[in-house]
Structures are given as C-alpha cells and as structure tokens.
Design a protein around this ligand. Sequence first.
Ligand SMILES: [Zn+2]
Ligand SMILES: [Zn+2]
Length: 335
Amino acid sequence: MQCAYLFGPRDLRFVEREPLALRPEDVRVEVACSGICGTDLHVFSGMVFGRAATEPVALGHEFAGRVVEIGSAVTTLAVGDRVTAIPNTPCGTCGFCRSGRGYACQNRGGLRSGSWAPSCVIREQNVFRLPDAVSDRIGSLTEPLACAVRAVDRAGLRSGDRVCVVGGGPIGLFVAAVAKASGASAVIVSEPRAYRRDLARALGAALVVDPTSEDLGSLVRDATDGLGADVVFEAVGHPKTIEAAISVAAPGGTVVVVGVTDAAAQLTMPGQELFHRELTIRGTRGPTFAVPRAIRWLATLDFEPIITHAFPVGRAVEAIELGLTGNAGKILLKP
Ligand SMILES: [Zn+2]
Ligand SMILES: [Zn+2]
C-alpha cells in the first residue's frame, strides 16, 4: 500500500510498503478520514519536533476508520468497530505512570505507522470507539479536540471567566469552542488572517481581533473592564505570541501555552509582572485523559465549520501547502 513519508524538509513521498504484522496488543484500522495537524505543517517545513529524525517519518496521526484486524491479546475491540485513536498514550509502567501522573510520562507511544495511508497499526489502548452520532469526518477531529479539552483543563477555567485565544488556527478554534462550551462568558480570538477570523466568528467568538492592524491589549482591556482576560490560551507557538498572551492576562490570570515553538525559541518577558499580577503560566501537551470527553463534544457541538477542505491523500503536498498559507481551517485527507 502507498504510505506518506517525510524524507526531509518539504520532501514528502508516497512509498509502497507491506502492511505491518500485528503484535498481540495491536489493531489494524482501515483509515476513512485523516487530518493534517499543525505539527505536520511544522515538520514538513523543517521544524525539529522532539528528537531529530534519523529515518523517514510516517505522517498522519489524527484519523477515524474501521477496525479490520485485531491482535491475539485484544479484548475490547472487534473487527468492524468504528474507531478513532490518539498516537501516544502513557506507557503505564514508568515512575510517573505508576504514581498516577501519566500526563507526565516520557515513554508515550502506540501508533506504529502513519494514517496518511489506506490503513495503520496502533495499540489497542490508544483506540476509542466512536458513537453513531459522530461521523468518520467529525471523528477524525478527536485528537486535536482532545488537546483543546486538555488545554482547558490545564487552565482551570471557571464559569463566567473571560477568555482570550491568541491564534485562530484549528487548535485555537477548538480551544475557543471548548472554552465557550465550558462556561467562558466571552471568548476573544486574535488572528492575523481574515479567513480564520471569519471561522472564529462562525464558532461564536464574542470579539475577533486582527493583531496586525489593531491593538490586542487595549481591545482586550476594553472588553474586560480594563482588567485583561482571566484565561489566555496561546495557540501559535511563537515567542512573540506567547509574550502577547502573557501581556493580556488579568491580575491573577492563567496563561496556557498550547502552541509548539521551535526548539531554539527563547522567550523574553517582564519578570516583575509575575509578582504584580500573580500570573500562572502553564504548558499543556497532547490529549492525555481528555479523549472520552472530546468524543462527547463531537457528538454535541457543531464542528463542521472548522473543516474547510478535504483532499484525496495522494494530494497531501498540495493540502499542506494550502495549510501553510493559513487560508484554511482543518484540512482532511481521504484515501
Ligand atoms: Zn495532531
Ligand atoms: Zn509512563
């Protein structure tokens, strides 16, 4: 079968590969729909994500499909189940996992091949059944939406909080939607691209700001009685946008950094502000523990507006190039 591999920056090729043999704990999923993640765009462009790759990287980790084969030790899934999955789950055996802190596990894994392919192989513990109310198309949003649910968990969002989301790409839009559904009284989205500002409006943002022509700080203060946002999410992954996020937080506020910066990126910030505003700045990484709740949101909220394009998987490079322009929401690939 033809599988997408990244051989180096901007060098994506489809390679003929034999389907992997299953280990006892694995399942094979026939892919119905697979998303392009922000990290796919980053690595395609040459960003080093974690450790530098020494061999071609199989792409695709957000997907929905059907179980077509199960390993001998699989007990919770059957052939024919409609499922989604997350690429990494905690290992279950390290010190973090054994002390109830699987979110900090450094040995995550589970996805053995990429989902920009007719099928992929993944550990049973990474796979989640989809309810009938969630289509394959919507189900393929599970992993990024779960990252957003986890980010809102990390924020400690309280009912009635005023929220600012810096960055209106798919993750920022998911975060805005989940924050609103979780009780934010107003969500302000800052995004330089008009296309994405329109998506943010369609998803119910109370105020949408173009940071290239408007002053985000003063607009956020105007909208929050001069105080700033109780919770700010940064969903870009750039030092300047992280600094902007910190600058618009209210006294006592929380800033959650959702975006992934380049490994070499360094922040500068006014250190005394941590004291004067008693800020909390937190990271969030992946979808740990949020997947079942993300699937419930997929069944109850309308995420169709976020999906703006779908391409045959063979046109993945064209789809990535579109994603890199920013004139798109979530882009899906179909075998
Ligand atoms: Zn992803
Ligand atoms: Zn672990």
